[in-house]
Design a protein around this ligand. Structure first.
Ligand code: FES
Length: 76
């Protein structure tokens, strides 16, 4: 049986990111993060896997409350 997801008009959470792939997986080397990086969790970013602020329009249009995960170095 096909499980139905909870988002998207076709039941898919991911509506636009690399739809030609079977699974979207991203790797970021921790050494490449100089200060901090914001990673998209709404699947609407045009700069995937990074947040480009698209969650704001998504939240406004849907009443959702999505936002990025921010990865940063510990403050000393
Ligand atoms: Fe997706 Fe910001 S654009 S969390």
């Amino acid at each position: 049986t096909i499980k139905k997801a909870r988002a998207g008009s076709n039941g898919q959470v991911n509506q636009c990111v690399r739809k030609d792939l079977n699974k979207v997986v991203d790797f970021i080397d921790i050494e490449d993060i100089t200060e901090k990086v914001s990673l998209c969790r709404c699947w609407k970013s045009k700069n995937w896997p990074y947040c480009d602020g698209a969650h704001g329009a998504h939240n406004k249009a849907t009443g959702d409350n999505t936002g990025p995960v921010v990865v940063k170095h510990k403050e000393n």
